[in-house]
Ligand binder design. Sequence first.
Ligand code: GDP
Length: 442
Amino acid sequence: MFENLAEKLEGVFKRLKGRGRLDEENIKEALKEIRMALLEADVNFKVVKDFIEEVRSRAVGQEVLESITPGQQIVKIVHDRLVELLGGTSSQLRFGSRFPAPIMLVGLQGCGKTTTAVKLAKVLAKGGKRAGLVSADVYRPAAMEQLRVMAQKIGAPAFNADSSQDPVKICVQAVEEAKRNGYEVLILDTAGRLAIDTQMMEELKQIKNAVNPSEILFVADAMTGQDAVNVAAKFNELLGIDGVIMTKMDGDARGGAALSLKAVMGKPIKYVGIGEKIDALEVFHPERMASRILGMGDILSLVEKAQTVVDEKQARELEQRIRKNEFTLEDFKTQLLQIKKMGSLQDIIGMIPGLNKLKSLKQATPDEKELVRIVAIIDSMTKKERLNYQLIDGQRRKRIALGSGTTVQDVNRLLKNYADVKKMMKRMTSKGGIKALRRGNF
Ligand code: GDP
């Protein structure tokens, strides 16, 4: 997400940093390039114009011309302005004091509404809120079924609705049932059409009036670019919405919709969908997103992700073993699986400052398929072999390859990678290596 924009802006800033001093001419040049980068990212024309104006006036106001590190100051100004553009601070969902709090999802067909409804139920459940789900899309019985099946997968309660019923009635009854069952939230997945039509809007208004939702969230498909912004604005005008969930941010969308929404419509993005999997929904943090766009990495999101998958006790034990140079193949496997649980390696690398610039590293990290292969290889070893890889001679390599359905070359490659990591860890733990790493000198 935002990769092209990030790359372009990085180029602009690099050129600025190379200058000892800035003059009006090269600020103008930089602003021109930033403007182009934003337009290419499909950001709304007027939003870009205002953005550039604002950065220009702040840059001049702060006497960037006299500054010692002018490039950095410009980065800071652009960063702050981007944060504002993205909505300032992250916006929480409002639940109110009713049980259940109805959350209504609206949007066009195919924007990812049903998937998002289930993802949201999962996010809320993680935060300790039990959320029920119901589909009011009586026009597409398959969509109702899709919601039920997906909800079942994550163990979220989905109410059975009958497609011959009236959508408003379905929602009202689901609220009653959720109340009886003590659910704190009820997520209403409504019908979408290919384009806005009066009948659809009328139905949504009736549902809104009948259940009085705590939140009406417009689900926007980032891949549709400026259209997503226009449709969102129309929904806001006709129905009134509280916020947006931007889906498919993992795609090759240029991201301009996310950057334009708040400025054009005044409503915040509350969550972003970053993949087809059920756990690919994140709270939207303007600050972190701006940092990611400017290539400063997104350490906070990374830490949060890590916290959800890494068991602290396990981590401490591992640290002890690494210090004693006892990092085994079993530990290697655990680490790789933990990384896998955190999402795609590409995403993770994109969040780490500095690393996101290393294209070669991106290419070198194993893909999901390779991870599966690595795990199969390690699982085909005996316990003794996992504890002491030096035991694994040619004969054993052949046996392991056969057992894991891989080749001896695959086994050799894995052992070499492991040996390299082990060596690196040894270097890190000796001679104050960890301190060097913390200082960022490693
Ligand atoms: P609906 O018609 O609005 O209910 O849309 P669906 O929930 O059926 O989603 C349409 C398609 O978009 C499905 O193939 C989903 O897997 C996909 N989708 C939804 N959200 C995301 C996302 O954040 N990233 C990606 N890559 N695909 C998504």
